[in-house]
Ligand binder design. Structure first.
Ligand code: PAF
Length: 283
């Protein structure tokens, strides 16, 4: 499997493939790949002959330096996993910080029509400027026809769609369903850092979302939020950071339910020092 370490090399390769009329899909990742990432790559092969997977732990999107330091870096294992899908049709781009940022490791500032002020934006300062900075640069370098993002990071997906619209970037964004472990826990690179008792406890997050969805059929968002908050208060190991039922277009918390709108419930919770997020479509 070909691994590209510089933007010039990967750009040139993609350019030559596109000149030959091949469609190129893209899955940007921060590595520590799992089945969720592989499902995005497999999904990409439905539309594209070649897939680029970038593996880059982007420093500007971390609000917590400890989290950045501890983020797993497992390039050899990642490449081996991707090989199980295809050896010749996947191109890995694994740049250094220098290749992406030179000696200017800072975010650009972005406006995403207010989407950035909700949920993750309230709890992770500067996070979406960092995400916008890296995703925009990666799109400019890789120039894919399609790019694939998981709905686990639903707010990120909405923000990237807005970024592409605002900057007129010629790529089609495809949102993909959340991939879950058998226990229901949403797949995440962070899961492998969970201590055994927290790994056992973490599926409670999805279980609560499923129950919240059922309650939302007959109860108000306020009542469901109260119920979820109490569920977590009574839990010994998991600490709720937020539970929000939001309109999927604006990501603003729902005030009064409307049949015309679509809603999703979002959770961020700590399992020890590991922050986990998940969400579910409500209607
Ligand atoms: O979702 C992620 O893993 C990251 O936020 C992304 C999109 C690869 C940008 O660093």
């Amino acid at each position: 499997m070909q691994v590209y370490y510089t933007k010039e090399n990967i750009s040139e390769k993609v350019h030559s493939l596109k000149t030959q009329g091949k469609s190129v899909g893209f899955v940007p990742t921060m590595g520590a790949l799992h089945d969720g990432h592989l499902s995005l790559v497999s999904r990409g092969f439905e539309e594209n002959e070649f897939m680029v997977v970038s593996i880059f732990v982007n420093p500007t999107q971390f609000d917590n330096p400890e989290d950045l330091k501890k983020y797993p870096r497992t390039l050899d294992r990642d490449v081996a996993l991707l090989k199980t899908l295809s050896d010749s049709k996947i191109l890995v781009y694994a740049p250094s910080v220098d290749d992406i940022y030179g000696n200017n490791v800072i975010s650009e500032r972005f406006s995403y029509d207010g989407l950035e002020f909700e949920m993750e934006g309230r709890f992770r300062e500067g996070h979406f400027d960092g995400v916008g900075t890296i995703v925009k640069r990666l799109f400019e370098i890789v120039t894919p026809n399609f790019a694939y993002f998981g709905e686990k990071d639903f707010q990120q997906l909405a923000i990237i769609k807005k970024l592409v619209e605002n900057y007129d970037i010629p790529v089609t964004i495809v949102g993909c369903k959340i991939h879950r472990e058998a226990s229901g826990l949403a797949m995440s690179s962070r899961n492998e850092r969970l201590k055994p008792e927290y790994k056992l406890a973490a599926p409670f997050i999805y279980k609560t979302l499923v129950e919240a969805k059922a309650k939302f059929g007959t109860k108000s968002a306020t009542k469901v939020t109260e119920w979820v908050t109490n569920q977590f208060k009574a839990h010994d190991l998991l600490e709720l950071e937020y539970f929000i039922i939001a309109d999927i277009e604006t990501l603003k918390p729902v005030k009064r339910k409307s049949k015309q709108k679509k809603y999703r419930a979002f959770i961020a919770a700590y399992a020890d020092d590991i922050r986990l997020i998940d969400n579910i479509a409500l209607n």
